[in-house]
Each structure stands twice: as C-alpha cells, then as structure tokens.
Design a binder for this molecule. Sequence first.
Ligand code: ZN
Length: 228
Amino acid sequence: MSAAGSGERALREAVIATAREMNALGINRGKSGNVSARWRKAKFDGYLVTPSGMPYASIKPADIVALPLAGETGAAPGRRHPSSEWRFHRDIYRSRPDAAAIVHTHSPFATSLACLRSAIPAFHYMVAVAGGDDIRCAPYATFGTQALSDHAVAALAGRHACLLAQHGVIATGASLETALALAVEVETLAEMYCRALQIGEPPLLSDAEMETVLVRFRSYGQPQGGAA
Ligand SMILES: [Zn+2]
C-alpha cells in the first residue's frame, strides 16, 4: 500500500473498529464475518474491506484491502488477501448507490433462522427498519462464490439487510455506524422471532400497517428507522 491519505487512513481505522465492535457486541464471533466501506479518491472507485482470516484484534490499517468496483478478481496490491466474500461487497456497492458500508456477520439468532431458510416476516413493526415488510433470506450458495453474491443482491432489493441461507446476515448502511446498528437490530428481531416461535405462531402485521410504519420511518428523516 502506498502512503494512504488521512481520509483513507481514518476510514481503514473505522472499518477495523467496526469489525471489533461487532464481536464486542456479541453479533459475531471469532474471524467469521467481514466489514467494508465504500472508498473513492481521485483515480480510485472502490471499497476498503477486512482481510481474510485475520483475528480482528490484530488487524492494522495497512491490512485492510482496497479493491476497485471494476475488479473481477480479489487480487489486491497490498500485503493481504481480501475477505473471501469480496464479491458480494463489490456487487452491493455496484448495484446500490445508497450503500456506503456493509457489515456481514454470523450472528446466532439470525443465522439460526437462515439455517431454516426462513425470512423474518412482519411479526414486529421494527422489521421495517430493514426497508420493507420482511427481511428476506437469500437462497444457499457456497461462501465466496458469485452465485452467493447474486442471491444476496437479489434479496437486498428494496432492503438494507438480508439473511443468507445456512450462512449469516448482511446489513448495509449510509455509514459504518448505521450498517452496524442495523446488524444489531436484525439480530435483536431474529432473537425475538425465534423466542416467539417457541411459544406459538406469531400473527403478522398487515401489509397496510407495515406501509404505515415505513412511511412514518421515512417522515422521521431516518430511513433506517430511528427506533421509536
Ligand atoms: Zn460469512
């Protein structure tokens, strides 16, 4: 990596802090999961992503990998290989101008639902925090593949978050903070839904009610839902 400007250095540090925070918050464990942030400068349009297989506690700013949106391989000029999931980070940034950051975790309750290939339906109004009346579960594909990325992008249509079957969660945001907060919210909803299912089958809010909630979220000027 050549000398990074102060803006890039700060963003690399923010990506590391977010990765550490997702583990500290209990929504991810060990080296699984990954974090990225969109990064543009004079001749570079891409993103900064956590490296593959490194404990977050030991990652330094220079270990964060810069990849171009136009890239078709994970080859990077720096000293580290990117997360094996660089394809879905790239493809989400390509297809979603609203996404400036991505947090991917294997949070336990959301992943439990994903292992059942279950979406999170409108059992609670806060499901709308992800942008719609459910949080979809993308079909299964092998980790790191283009097929997984294609499924993720489709499941994120009109949403800021999705589950990945037999795998985990993706949360996007206009900043690292909002992406991380959404990952926490998805895990909270997943835990409530799992617990409710242990007691019975929760009734779902109607499409009309969820539309009302979505409109209220938008009118608060906090599109990712300043929790009421
Ligand atoms: Zn994963």
